[in-house]
Write a protein that binds this ligand. Structure first.
Ligand code: NAG
Ligand code: NAG
Length: 358
């Protein structure tokens, strides 16, 4: 009996070990057991509100997934859509199919010559003028970008932009979330030389970028660490990084500064205790999810509540605009103040929303 049991236990152990080895061997992940900053209590300024309910919807059915928004000197708003179009909202609200870039345009900003600078997830950094596309950066330090994501342009024409991951592309972004490795980089494109340099590497899904009014720093978001940090461009701290706002209740995407020096940070989705404490800490669970191709299901089951935060230049939280349960807008990715409105971008909605600010 004892011998029989021993044999059974040995066989079972070998079987489990072999299955496990196969799982790890074929896994697309090289996961790190992640630890996360604490989640803020949903009280005080983070108490749930429904300020984004009742937003006005613009261009319904004519813009698919207007991820980021930019405004030109005529007050026209540009956005990148999931069908590869850069679309323009005229001042009378009409939507124009402006220029087809083909990939998946994410970050958009208006350049010094009114060109539209675009982070296309698949193609890299683009310079787009009406009907004309120029790819201006696709790699740095010999490493190709896989998910070019957010950007801003300085008054001297320098472009600061991010590659969220050099390992996973946009379709695979939930794998980057599961892997919990810093695969992102912050980059700088110099238009006078056409050269791109790496400012920071080892970032956790580097995303939106916004320069300060005085151009002495910029803020960038690290989506999967639920934080935004400040990178100093001038002064004695030049080249160093410090906290701007962290311990956010959701995962930050784009960030845009208004004329009064207030930063609007879009939180795409809420953080979840189950995800962060029970799943993302354990490599074997991450391998199993990835093997079963459940990473998107996992991501889509995070609590759905998107927000836009208004944050002062000092990193103080001033206001939260929330759409609980994503009733009005799904997956908010950007907030751009134009005139008396806060325009809201989304990864999935088929319209741009806007909220009249008080
Ligand atoms: C604009 O582009 C959309 C696809 O994004 C297309 O369905 C529509 O017909 C186009 N409109 C015009 C006027 O070309
Ligand atoms: C983008 O292209 C336009 C027209 O070709 C040019 O005037 C502008 O300087 C370019 N911008 C950058 C950042 O390369």
């Amino acid at each position: 009996m004892g011998l029989y049991l021993n044999v059974m236990v040995t066989v079972a152990s070998i079987a489990i070990a072999s299955v496990w080895l196969a799982v790890v061997k074929n896994s697309p992940l090289d996961p790190l057991p992640a630890t996360y900053p604490s989640r803020p209590k949903e009280e005080g300024v983070f108490a749930h509100n429904a300020l984004l309910h009742g937003v006005e919807k613009i261009g319904v059915g004519q813009v698919s997934g207007p991820e980021d928004l930019a405004v030109d000197s005529h007050g026209r708003i540009y956005t990148g859509c999931s069908d590869g179009w850069i679309k323009r909202v005229e001042t009378d609200g009409q939507i124009v199919n402006w220029t087809y870039v083909g990939g998946r345009p994410l970050g958009v900003v208006v350049g010094l010559h009114e060109e539209i600078l675009v982070c296309d997830a698949y193609q890299g950094l683009l310079n787009v003028t009406e009907g004309k596309i120029q790819v201006i950066s696709t790699e740095a330090d010999g490493l190709k970008y896989k998910l070019t994501d957010g950007l801003d342009v300085a008054k001297d024409g320098t472009i600061y932009f991010t590659d969220a991951s050099h390992k996973f592309d946009l379709n695979q972004f939930p794998l980057d979330f599961l892997e919990c490795r810093p695969n992102g980089r912050l980059l700088k494109y110099d238009p006078s030389t056409g050269k791109t340099t790496v400012l920071l590497k080892d970032l956790f899904f580097a995303n939106g970028v916004a320069l300060s009014e005085k151009q002495d720093f910029f803020v960038f978001c690290e989506t999967f660490k639920a934080r935004c940090r400040r990178y100093w461009l001038t002064g004695e701290n030049k080249g160093s990084v410090e906290s701007f706002i962290d311990i956010l209740p959701g995962y930050p995407d784009n960030i845009r500064k208004n004329k009064k020096g207030i930063y609007h940070v879009a939180l795409t989705t809420s953080r979840s205790w189950i995800a962060e404490e029970l799943i993302l800490r354990y490599s074997f669970l991450k391998h199993i999810l990835a093997q079963a191709q459940l990473e998107l299901v996992f991501w889509n089951n995070l609590p759905k509540s998107s927000r836009i935060l208004a944050v002062s230049e000092e990193g103080t939280l001033l206001a939260v605009y929330e759409d609980p349960n994503n009733k009005e807008v799904s997956s908010i990715t950007g907030g751009l103040e134009v005139g008396e409105y806060l325009y809201v971008g989304s990864l999935h909605a088929n319209y741009i929303s806007r909220l009249k600010l008080q």
